[in-house]
Design a protein around this ligand. Structure first.
Ligand code: AMP
Length: 281
């Protein structure tokens, strides 16, 4: 596995692979890899001849009071995990390489960035869209894989690619969970043992909601009430939002019609966790 830190070298490698008609599959990450990330990488290997994984903790997607400085970083461990999976390139640029002095260009996916996490994390999706567009320009992949755990991010990226006429296939990968249902996340490392036990209420609440939908419940108010009641039973849970939205527009809906996503963000101590479930009716 090559480790590349410079934009020019990354681009040169991709151009060489493209000349040989190799399909490049790209998995962008912020590192501190867990099995969720590794599932995306395994998926990537089935979709092309070459796999590039990036590790870049993007300062532009963290707010001033968020955890950029403390975000878990573990490059040596990550490098070994990716090497074991047969990744071809680990792209690991510095912040100065991506945002040199004088940097002033940003990408805003206007409507999709507003609701849900966008409402509580101003500028977050502008930071995400900007770095993803830059990484796409640098890595020049044919395919890029994103997790459905970050559902809003996936929709922002899909829109960005369509709107800017990028020739890249975006693949959404299902949420990877711990055995007890907790969605895997680098931020789960922030949880104390007690918070970790409590956090399982998120997936439990989403499962119950899914069962209700399967039994015919379509009313948003009823579904949201049952999810928030389940989570509110955990004294350690601080709910940020629980919403039912149209899965494409992310606008709130009154009932499950077509494809809807029940999305939530809940804090446990200093960990802010997100999870979601997609319902089709
Ligand atoms: P991150 O390092 O948190 O930026 O995540 C990198 C990629 O992995 C993103 O596309 C995430 O959506 C995806 N990802 C993270 N956790 C999970 C998970 N539990 N299941 C599926 N995808 C995930």
């Amino acid at each position: 596995m090559q480790i590349i830190e410079q934009i020019a070298a990354m681009r040169g490698w991709s151009e060489g692979e493209r000349r040989q008609s190799h399909r490049i599959v790209f998995v962008p990450t912020m590192g501190s890899l867990h099995d969720g990330h590794l599932c995306l990488v395994r998926d990537a290997r089935t979709r092309g001849e070459r796999v590039v994984v990036s590790i870049f903790v993007n300062p532009k997607q963290f707010g001033p009071s968020e955890d950029f400085a403390k975000y878990p970083r573990n490059l040596e461990r990550d490098r070994a995990l990716l090497e074991n999976l047969g990744v071809n390139v680990l792209f690991h640029p510095t912040v100065a390489e991506i945002y040199p002095d004088g940097y002033q260009t940003h990408i805003e996916v206007e409507k999709l960035s507003v609701p849900l996490c966008g409402a509580l994390r101003p500028g977050h999706f502008r930071g995400v869209a900007t770095v993803v567009a830059k990484l796409f320009n640098i890595v020049q992949p044919h395919v890029a894989i994103f997790g459905e755990k970050d559902f809003q991010q996936l929709q922002v990226v899909r829109r960005l690619v369509r709107d800017l006429s990028m020739d890249i296939e975006i693949v959404g990968h299902p949420i990877v969970r711990e055995a007890d249902g907790l969605a895997m996340s680098s931020r789960n490392a922030y949880l104390s043992a007690e918070e970790r036990r409590a956090a399982v209420c998120l997936s439990r609440a989403l499962c119950k909601a899914e069962k209700r939908v399967r039994r015919g419940e379509t009313c948003a108010a009823a579904l949201l009430q049952s999810v928030s009641a389940e989570i509110a039973q955990e004294p350690l849970a601080q709910i940020e939002y629980i919403k039912l939205c149209d899965a494409d527009s992310l606008q709130e809906v009154d009932r499950v019609q077509g494809t809807a996503v029940l999305a939530l963000a809940v804090r446990f101590g200093r960990a802010r966790l997100i999870d979601n479930r997609v319902f089709k009716n």
